[in-house]
Design a protein around this ligand. Structure first.
Ligand code: SF4
Ligand code: SF4
Length: 360
């Protein structure tokens, strides 16, 4: 279905069009642009002329911003497609039925069944939805580890609302984020340690007065035991990670004695395919992206620090989360969890956290 583009968005498109040099370095970088946009300057020209767009196209963008990093004019198609998604959804709800998966994720993730903010410390650990769905055991282990180092630490099992934001559903995002911040304030938490790069970014961007620390920065700054692993890994950087987080992961891997193939940080990490929730609306593009990403990785073992990236890459590689290596040591490769398992994991984690806070 065609969407009539708002005049304010047309102004942004016009600005991009005037700046664009037509070099197509962006389309060479991005599977989505290459397949659906083909030629950047003509695409922008056609939008300006027709003042309309197929209302599915903006939802095929992973929001990784890799296009901006290669563009000599600094154009960010991720920014344009996000504005278009807001325009299409009218800041409320995506019109695409396939996004029900995300709507449910947002609805249930912050319900009383799965969410929790507990503890007496002003410092809290926030694992993020994907790590909690992937492995409650790992969250439990890292939480107890942090507790042993800090004496006390609170826990936040809530979503920051980033999936809603990535669909342009700004109203939903704001209500989820406000709910999160209210719970944090009520619990007198002013410092959050998070294992999720999206939570990190969302909290930093929206709550400048809150102290936010990446778990990877924290772990790279303390003594960690050497692991006895002989395999070599390719580090898959999360596209939402800041440079400082990418450096911390490499420091941490060095401390743990993990052999890595790519010591240099990636200046424009690609999306694993889950960004922008593209996997829900265009499974084919998601799979193509995973295959392209995997074809560029020489090692069969991949080391990630995002449970979402781990799941996406485990379709083609032996992908491990760095916490798998720290706590399990032996390399037991796991396929991605199905939906029921993921939700039951989150429920189990909530029960565990409730129980240990009742005991203490
Ligand atoms: S890389 Fe930048 S300048 Fe080159 S075509 Fe893409 S948007 Fe235009
Ligand atoms: S933000 Fe990422 S997925 Fe979107 S157009 Fe840019 S490079 Fe492609």
């Amino acid at each position: 279905m065609k969407h009539r583009i708002n005049s304010k968005v047309l102004e942004v498109i016009n600005d991009f069009y005037c700046k664009c040099l037509g070099c197509n370095q962006c389309t060479d970088e991005c599977v989505f642009l290459k397949k659906h946009i083909v030629d950047a300057k003509s695409f922008l020209f056609n939008l300006l002329n027709s003042e309309e767009i197929n209302n599915k196209i903006p939802y095929y963008c992973f929001g990784c911003n890799a296009c901006q990093k290669v563009c000599p004019a600094g154009i960010n198609f991720g920014e344009l497609f996000l504005i278009l998604k807001k325009d299409i959804s009218n800041y409320k709800r995506s019109p695409h039925i396939k996004h029900f998966v995300i709507h449910n994720h947002q609805k249930f993730g912050n319900s009383n069944i799965f969410s929790l903010v507990k503890g007496n410390s002003n410092v809290a650990f926030m694992p993020g939805c994907s790590l909690s769905s992937y492995s409650p055991e790992l969250v439990e282990k890292i939480y107890m580890f942090l507790r042993s180092k800090l004496n006390e630490i609170s826990i936040i099992l809530k979503c920051c609302g980033n999936p809603s934001l990535s669909l342009g559903e700004e109203e939903k995002f704001k209500s989820m984020y406000n709910e999160l911040i209210n719970s944090i304030e009520q619990s007198k938490i002013d410092h959050i340690i998070t294992a999720c790069q999206s939570c990190y970014k969302t909290l930093k961007n929206n709550s400048p007065n809150l102290k936010v620390t990446s778990l990877w920065e924290l772990l790279s700054g303390i003594d960690m035991p050497k692991l006895n692993i002989n395999e070599t890994f390719f580090i898959w950087d999360s596209c939402s990670a800041e440079d400082s987080i990418m450096r911390s992961i490499r420091n941490l891997a060095g401390k743990l004695g993990i052999k890595i193939e790519n010591d240099e940080i990636s200046y424009h990490p690609k999306c694993c395919g889950l960004g922008g929730c593209v996997h829900t609306i265009n499974r084919e593009l998601f799979a193509e992206n995973v295959n392209i990403n995997s074809s560029k990785i020489k090692t069969s073992n991949v080391l990630t620090y995002c449970a979402g990236c781990r799941d996406a890459l485990s379709n083609t590689k032996n992908a491990f989360h760095i916490l798998d290596l720290i706590f399990y040591k032996d390399l037991i490769f796991k396929k991605p969890n199905g939906t029921i398992k993921a939700w039951s994991n989150r429920y189990r984690l909530k029960r565990f956290m409730e129980d240990i806070h009742e005991e203490s």
